[in-house]
Structure formats: structure tokens, C-alpha cells
Design a protein around this ligand. Structure first.
Ligand code: AHG
Ligand code: MN
Ligand code: MN
Ligand code: MN
Length: 332
């Protein structure tokens, strides 16, 4: 049995010049994940489900657990002092940590503290997504917006926690994707999925088909392609949609498949947020041999201009993402 803590230390030894700062940062994420997991497990027993009464910058109704997870991850990052600032789905502006240790931190973090909020009340898997970059501003100074507006290919690390039938932490630092399952009896994440690789072709497609009428023509045609009877190509594919990006991606990562959130008339830029949803999941997908696209461009090549910027999103098995890109290009 290897624990996440041991695994991180082992990886750090491969880089003799490493300061241990990234390891400490990942340790803080691991701690916050356990705290949030404990709370989510109690949903239904204590008063932590339902709306918190406020709205976030995206105009979404904030859930109590959105707020709770946001506070816990923020606090863990600030206490550890390895990041100089954090940006979150639940905060309009980025947060600049003021402590001396934090100001000397080399990294910044962007996060979706609780992904799949609409699933909390019904006991379906939710997640936390994180994305780590090296800061651009000088060490010792206060973090700036520019530190957060970096393209995805510059990510140092990214990952998610899935609070599901078991709780897992899945992350990459650019050397493959590794998954750890929480053993609740000892409160330790144990290595369970080393060097995950995504099948290049799967047979699951995940999309909110309720928005069908508003999809671009290329997506409509791709969906018909997924549903056609072509047994030698394993079609029709299977439709699976949980409504939480982390859970839908996690399933497709293990089994092969594609997750899509295209533009719609009511969401002309798409719904998902580039910096703390699309990019970190794209980094994981690519590290697992998959692909992430906005329909024509590589997600991680997009130069961000805003903290809460949205993007259409197609992520998963490479051949499936390329197929939907082909349909979209033919319908331009
Ligand atoms: P969040 O709960 O962090 O706001 O994210 C919700 C996102 C994503 O997780 C999910 O896949 C998608 O929104 C679902 O949207 P629809 O309900 O429109 O399908
Ligand atoms: Mn939300
Ligand atoms: Mn989300
Ligand atoms: Mn969220």
C-alpha cells in the first residue's frame, strides 16, 4: 500500500533541486479534501444542504456546501503558505494572501470548490477541481490578476477530488495521471490508479440533451452519428450524463467517452469556466492520452482575458473529440 503522501515525496525525490513547495501545496489540497469529504458525507443528517441564500458572480444560487468547500480550501491554502493567491468560482475577485510566507509563495491556485452543486441534495457524486500555476509577478510582492490569466499549457499541476461512492483524488503534475482512493477507516488516500490512460475511442457520450434545440448544427449531427446503428463501430454509443463535470469526466477517463458542453442560445460562450473547470480537466485528459477542445482549438492554448471566462468544451477520448470537431468544421 502506498499513500498519497508517500507518493508525493517519492516523486519529489526525482527532482533533487525541488524545494518541496509543490509537495506541501498538494498536501494542503489533500487535507482540505478530507475535511470537505467529511462534511459531504453528513449531508442529510446536519443542516448543510440547500441554498446558502446568495448568488455567485456567475448568477448561480450558491449552495451551503459551495460556500463551505470554498472556505475550507481557501483556509488550507492560506495556512500552508505555498500559494500567494487563490481564485475561485465562488469569489468575484481573486484573493491575495497577505502573510509574509504566502507573499513568498511561488504558486497560485484556481479552483471550483464544489462542482456539480445541483447534485448535492440528491446524494449524487460531486467534486472539487484545482489548477496550479507558477506566479508571474515577483516573489514577495502581492499576487496580480496577470498571475491568474495564464493559458492552460502553463499549468504546473491540476486535478480533482471526486466525492462519490468512494472518494478519490486524481492529479497530474505533467508526468501522467494518478488516482488515490480515500480509505475512510484510516483517513488516508491510497494509490489505487497509477498512470491512468484513457481509451482513444470509447462508446459513452455525455451531454445535457435537454438543450438539443439550441446546439450548433455540427453537435446535432454528431449526436445523430452517436445514435446511428453501426454495430461494427460499436454504435449506437451509450448516453450517460450526471451533471457534474468531475463525475462525468471521471467515468469517461476510466471507460472511454466524450463530455460535451457546447454553446447554446442561452449560453453563447458555453457554460463551463475556462480557468478552473476546462483547463485542469484538459491537462488531465491530455496526460491520460485524451484531448480537450473548444470545438476548433486546443483548450490549453486559449489565452484567457477574464477570470470567469467561459468556453464551449469537448473533452475525452481523442478520436471522439476529433470526430465532433470534424462535424463542427463541416457545418461552419
Ligand atoms: P458547478 O456546480 O461548479 O457550478 O458546475 C456545474 C457545471 C458542471 O459541473 C456540469 O457538468 C454542468 O455545469 C451541468 O450543467 P447543466 O445542468 O446545464 O447540464
Ligand atoms: Mn456553480
Ligand atoms: Mn463546476
Ligand atoms: Mn462549483
Amino acid at each position: 500500500m502506498k499513500t498519497l503522501g508517500e507518493f508525493i515525496v517519492e516523486k519529489q525525490l526525482d527532482f533533487p533541486d525541488a524545494s518541496g513547495s509543490l509537495s506541501a501545496l498538494l498536501g494542503a489540497i489533500r487535507l482540505a479534501a478530507k475535511v470537505v469529504n467529511r462534511e459531504i458525507n453528513k449531508a442529510g443528517l446536519v443542516d448543510i444542504i440547500g441554498s446558502a441564500g446568495g448568488e455567485n458572480v456567475q448568477g448561480e444560487d450558491q449552495q451551503k456546501l459551495d460556500v463551505y468547500a470554498n472556505e475550507k480550501f481557501k483556509a488550507a491554502m492560506e495556512a500552508r503558505g505555498e500559494v500567494c493567491g487563490v481564485a475561485s468560482e465562488e469569489e468575484e475577485e481573486f484573493i491575495a494572501f497577505q502573510g509574509t510566507k504566502s507573499k513568498n509563495g511561488k504558486y497560485i491556485m484556481l479552483m471550483d470548490p464544489l462542482d456539480g452543486s445541483s447534485n448535492i441534495d440528491v446524494n449524487v457524486s460531486v467534486g472539487t477541481i484545482f489548477s496550479i500555476y507558477k506566479r508571474i509577478s515577483p516573489i514577495g510582492s502581492e499576487v496580480t490578476l496577470e498571475d491568474f490569466l495564464q493559458p492552460g499549457y502553463k499549468q504546473i499541476a491540476a486535478g480533482y477530488v471526486i466525492y462519490g461512492s468512494s472518494t478519490m483524488l486524481v492529479y497530474t503534475t505533467g508526468n501522467g495521471v494518478h488516482g488515490f482512493t480515500l480509505d475512510p477507516s484510516i483517513g488516508v488516500f491510497c494509490l489505487s490508479h497509477q498512470d491512468l490512460k484513457m481509451p482513444t475511442q470509447g462508446k459513452i457520450y455525455s451531454i445535457n440533451e435537454g438543450n438539443y434545440i439550441k446546439f450548433p448544427l455540427g453537435v446535432k449531427r454528431y449526436l445523430k452519428y452517436c445514435q446511428e446503428q453501426v454495430p461494427e463501430e460499436n454504435r449506437p454509443y451509450t448516453s450517460r450524463y450526471i451533471g457534474s463535470l468531475v463525475s462525468d469526466f471521471h467515468r469517461n477517463l476510466l471507460k472511454g467517452g466524450i463530455y460535451m458542453y457546447p454553446t447554446t442560445a442561452s449560453a453563447p460562450e458555453g457554460k463551463l469556466r475556462l480557468l478552473y473547470e476546462c483547463n485542469p480537466i484538459a491537462f488531465l485528459a491530455e496526460q491520460a492520452g485524451g484531448k480537450a477542445s473548444d470545438g476548433e482549438r486546443r483548450i490549453m492554448d486559449i489565452e484567457p482575458t477574464e477570470l470567469h471566462q467561459r468556453s464551449p468544451y469537448f473533452v475525452g477520448s481523442t478520436e471522439m473529440v476529433e470526430k465532433v470537431e470534424q462535424f463542427l468544421s463541416e457545418c461552419d
